[in-house]
Design a protein around this ligand. Structure first.
Ligand code: ZN
Length: 300
């Protein structure tokens, strides 16, 4: 998988970058030459073309540069130890997949800010958040969280006015309005998702699944950006069936999933990624759809 990024960013894209930069300079050159002939029309056309080429250069070069930096930076040994100790998903990957997971984590941390509000944020917390972001999109090398810039970490759960405290209701949320392009997470609840024993909960992953769901324009429990259209209808059918099971006390999926289809997707995804073997055993039919949507199968 790392070969995928290496091939992509070392050869093909760089050609596009070089061509667009050359075109930008070429158009500026023509514009300068024609400026003397006072043919304003040509000047305007050439300047516009030059700006387009320059814009393309910047847009395509910046992510390439970041990826190249990531590919050239070794993954810290200390970080590897933290992942091995805390993330079961990572432990079960092959060596090549592990390396790929590490690069995705590095890229995520390079492009998103993680800020503690009234609490400190150490490497472990950053890695837990980044790993939770990458787990659901692990099988999608092209995927990027283009709808978020920063993650704020509060010490504990919080309320609608963003007051943090022990008894507050919200563990995590994707911001809108003034908080657009931000996510807020409770540190205490992130850490409790990774206490060593198997859990079916992961508040950070929950919020990232909402972001994935949101990317097609609708937070509706159908992650349009990942799902093959042919699965949409059977997916919705299966989803409704399971929500009804939860309501009748016949499912071990978090009852918060009955709130709406989007919450169902988020809580069931937490379970699917944190305890995949149990998920497959307890929800074989739902498992088929989840493994298709996330392109992920477990052994067992
Ligand atoms: Zn939610």
């Amino acid at each position: 998988m790392n070969r995928y990024y290496k091939n992509k960013y070392n050869k093909k894209n760089l050609t596009g970058v070089a061509v667009s930069l050359f075109l930008a300079i070429f158009f500026v050159f023509i514009a300068i030459i024609t400026a003397e002939t006072r043919k304003q029309f040509i000047l305007i056309v050439m300047s516009t073309l030059s700006l387009i080429a320059l814009g393309y250069y910047l847009l395509s070069y910046l992510p390439v540069r970041k990826w190249k930096e990531v590919l050239n930076t070794p993954f810290p040994k200390k970080w590897k130890e933290i992942l091995l100790k805390n993330i079961e998903f990572y432990r079960e990957l092959s060596d090549e997949e592990k390396e790929y997971f590490e690069k995705r984590i590095q890229y995520f941390l390079k492009t998103k800010k993680i800020t503690g509000v009234g609490t400190d944020v150490d490497d472990k917390l950053k890695l837990l958040i980044a790993a939770s972001a990458i787990m659901p999109v692990f099988a999608f090398p092209e995927f990027e969280y283009t709808n978020i810039d920063e993650i704020l970490v509060y010490p504990e759960s919080f309320d609608e006015e963003y007051n943090s405290g022990n008894e507050k209701r919200i563990l995590g949320m994707v911001g809108d309005g003034a908080m657009n392009r931000m996510m807020i997470l409770s540190k205490k609840d992130i850490l409790s998702s990774f206490l060593g024993k198997r859990t079916t909960e992961n508040v950070a992953l929950h919020e990232f699944v909402h972001l994935i769901d949101k990317m097609d324009g609708a937070v509706d429990g159908i992650p349009g950006i990942l799902i093959n259209k042919a699965y949409t209808l059977p997916w919705l059918k299966e989803l409704k069936k399971e929500i009804s099971k939860i309501k009748h006390g016949k499912s071990d999926i978090n009852p918060y999933g009955t709130t709406n289809k989007s919450e169902f997707l988020a809580v069931a995804s937490e379970y699917f990624f944190m305890s995949p073997i149990e998920f497959k055993k307890n929800h074989p039919e739902l498992y088929i759809y989840f493994s298709k949507v996330y392109r992920r199968k477990v052994v067992g």
